[in-house]
Design a binder for this molecule. Structure first.
Ligand SMILES: CCCCCCCCCCCCCCCC(=O)SCCNC(=O)CCNC(=O)[C@H](O)C(C)(C)COP(=O)(O)OP(=O)(O)OC[C@H]1O[C@@H](n2cnc3c(N)ncnc32)[C@H](O)[C@@H]1OP(=O)(O)O
Length: 226
């Protein structure tokens, strides 16, 4: 299956231009958002089902049938970081924000009051580490992305150089919120801080050093905050 043309601005990063109208984006969103949500539901159902063995085997055969049908037409490789002609980001395969990635919660980011970014999400059974609690690696992954978005609010994408997470108390599965903002700049480096909160307040803090690749210096892409 052919793919849209890919642009490689450097640093091993590739962006793929999808020259499509807003109506086409809306059409694809309306198609894939509920489709992917139903797979998220499936993941949750698989973890928590208590049906008998025969029903599990029958469900497995039905899922295999669906997979086979979807495999009849597939793109090569991963989805890629796509954007529209007016530079709207469509990272729909992304592990954290991907609209077409059932592993992603997916996070939806919005600008924060402090020039940073904020997101609210609900983390269910698929994100469990200790019993009833969010996996520490999941917290780190979400921080990595949200801090990365906060580092990139001026439209210049950054790579994570170093990130450290301080787990203050356990994060219960359920509603969470992440806030992040740039706290300092030093040449191509941006220092970003963030917090993860549950219903009873902050449960973890993170600090990261995000680096603008040399090739991107002075280049403006566009805001990724969707
Ligand atoms: C049209 C489309 C719109 C796009 C709209 C954009 C919005 C888009 C938002 C996406 C948000 C995604 C958020 C997810 C973020 C990831 O998950 S990124 C994936 C994980 N990270 C990686 O894979 C990075 C791998 N590492 C590398 O590629 C390279 O090591 C780096 C990080 C680019 C640095 O390489 P470099 O530029 O050659 O670094 P170098 O010149 O040696 O050093 C520069 C400075 O940084 C320091 N430094 C270097 N490495 C490190 C390090 N690891 N830690 C700390 N400091 C470091 C150096 O000490 C030096 O400091 P100074 O001496 O200047 O004080």
């Amino acid at each position: 299956m052919s793919r849209p043309e890919t642009d490689s601005p450097g640093a091993g990063m590739e962006f793929t231009l999808e020259d499509i109208s807003d109506e086409e984006i809306m059409r694809r969103r309306a198609l894939y958002e509920p489709f992917t949500d139903s797979v998220r539901d499936l993941i949750d159902a698989v973890i928590r089902t208590e049906v008998d063995d025969a029903t599990v085997r029958q469900a497995q055969a039905e899922i295999a049938g669906v997979v086979q049908r979807l495999r009849t037409q597939q793109m090569d490789g991963a989805y890629g970081v796509r954007y529209t002609a007016d530079k709207k980001g469509m990272a729909w395969g992304n592990a954290v924000i991907g609209l077409r990635n059932a592993i992603a919660p997916p996070l939806v980011l919005r600008p924060g009051d402090d020039g940073g970014v904020v997101t609210d999400a609900t983390l269910g059974a698929a994100y469990e580490g200790p019993s009833g609690l969010v996996h520490g690696g999941v917290c780190a992954m979400l921080f990595d992305h949200v801090l990365g978005e906060a580092a990139s609010v001026d439209g210049i994408p950054c790579f994570t150089g170093t990130i450290s997470v301080r787990y203050l108390r356990p994060t219960p599965l359920g509603p969470i919120r992440i806030d992040a903002a740039i706290s300092g700049r030093d040449g191509r480096k941006k220092i970003v801080r963030g917090t993860l909160s549950g219903p009873d307040g902050v449960t973890a803090e993170a600090e990261g050093i995000f680096i603008v690749p040399r090739e991107f210096e002075g280049q403006a892409f566009s805001s990724w905050v969707s």
